[in-house]
Design a protein around this ligand. Structure first.
Ligand SMILES: C[S@@+](CC[C@H](N)C(=O)[O-])C[C@H]1O[C@@H](n2cnc3c(N)ncnc32)[C@H](O)[C@@H]1O
Length: 296
């Protein structure tokens, strides 16, 4: 285990079960976002996301779920993800311990491998749970989205007295559409299951306040900690793989060196000087960050 402690942001390299058990105080965290391995065989830097049996996977999950719940303050919230096939087990386990307020669907379009003989997987489930349904943070005004129906058509709601125009904005429903992180996006990092910044922005803005502490026990590319920093929250991120910890340290701009190694974002194929010389017009397609990467 190794801890990188930069006042408001802590990155811990190690096994989350061990770290949750010994290193994080109970009742100390305002919000937890958990995006664990899904037991579907992804390759996390050579570490296979597959347990010998479903029971073994679930028993491992139940252990860290209980630990996470202990870390939350009495008014804390937790958002938890897993694959569609395991979410029903999580739901049954968690609803005996917390109040599940929303069963969210993160929906995305998929232009990659398309299923031909069954319906392709286009969503991932997320549970939004709170310790106390009478006392929790929910900043609804900070996450409003456009109300597409009535307001756009300038309809009048005659059920109201006096009649009123429909609201232009609303609190999002439980189906959230955000693009997956794609190779060409500025936020892309080399990780098989990186979550989008936009998804974490909504969760953190809604369920925490400035100065609150947010914990992510399976940090991957540290999207949670990155957004926490952007939004003025504190973060604790745990990750087993050293290469992903290096991404986190760089992404949060906590240091630009690791054991003497300069931390730099990997150059993507389309960012090479060759691409630049062959097709100068490509330059306009890339954002500032990609453009800078060319120069290294
Ligand atoms: C689904 S990914 C998280 C992705 C992350 N939300 C992001 O936006 O990049 C799960 C991560 O958990 C890490 N992991 C697996 N087992 C772990 C363990 N026992 N302790 C800490 N991290 C672990 C994997 O290396 C992987 O990066």
């Amino acid at each position: 285990m190794k801890t990188f402690d930069y006042q408001d942001h802590k990155i811990i390299l190690g096994d989350s079960l061990e770290i949750l058990s010994c290193e994080i105080s109970d009742h100390s965290v305002d919000l937890i976002f958990v995006d664990p391995p899904y037991n579907i065989g992804k390759n996390f830097n050579g570490h296979k996301d597959k347990w010998a049996t479903e029971e073994e996977y679930l028993n491992w999950c139940y252990e860290w779920i209980d630990l996470c719940i202990n870390k939350l303050k009495s008014n804390g919230s937790m958002y938890i993800m897993t694959s569609t096939q395991f979410m029903p087990y999580f739901d049954i386990f968690i609803r005996k311990r917390m109040a599940i307020l929303s069963r969210l669907i993160w929906y995305y379009d998929s232009s990659g491998v398309q299923a031909k003989n069954y319906y392709g997987s286009m969503y991932e489930p997320i549970l939004f749970c709170v310790k106390n349904p009478n006392d929790y943070t929910f900043n609804s005004q900070d996450i409003l989205v456009e109300a597409k129906t009535g307001a756009k058509r300038k309809l009048i709601d005659y059920r109201k007295n006096p009649p009123q125009v429909y609201n232009l904005e609303k609190v999002p429903g439980n189906v959230w559409e955000f693009s997956r992180v794609r190779y060409r996006m500025d936020e892309y990092e080399n990780h098989p299951t990186q979550k989008p910044i936009a998804l974490l922005k909504r969760i953190i803005a809604a369920s925490s306040n400035k100065g609150d502490t947010i914990l992510d026990p399976f940090s991957g590319t540290f999207t949670t900690s990155f957004v926490a920093k952007q939004l003025g929250r504190k973060s604790i991120g745990i990750e087993l793989q050293e290469d992903y910890v290096k991404i986190g340290l760089r992404r949060l701009q906590l240091t630009n060196e690791y054991n003497g190694e300069k931390l730099q974002k990997e150059i993507r194929t389309f960012e090479t000087k060759k691409a630049r010389t062959q097709n100068p017009s490509l330059l306009n397609l890339f954002g500032k960050q990609s453009d800078e990467t060319f120069i290294h």
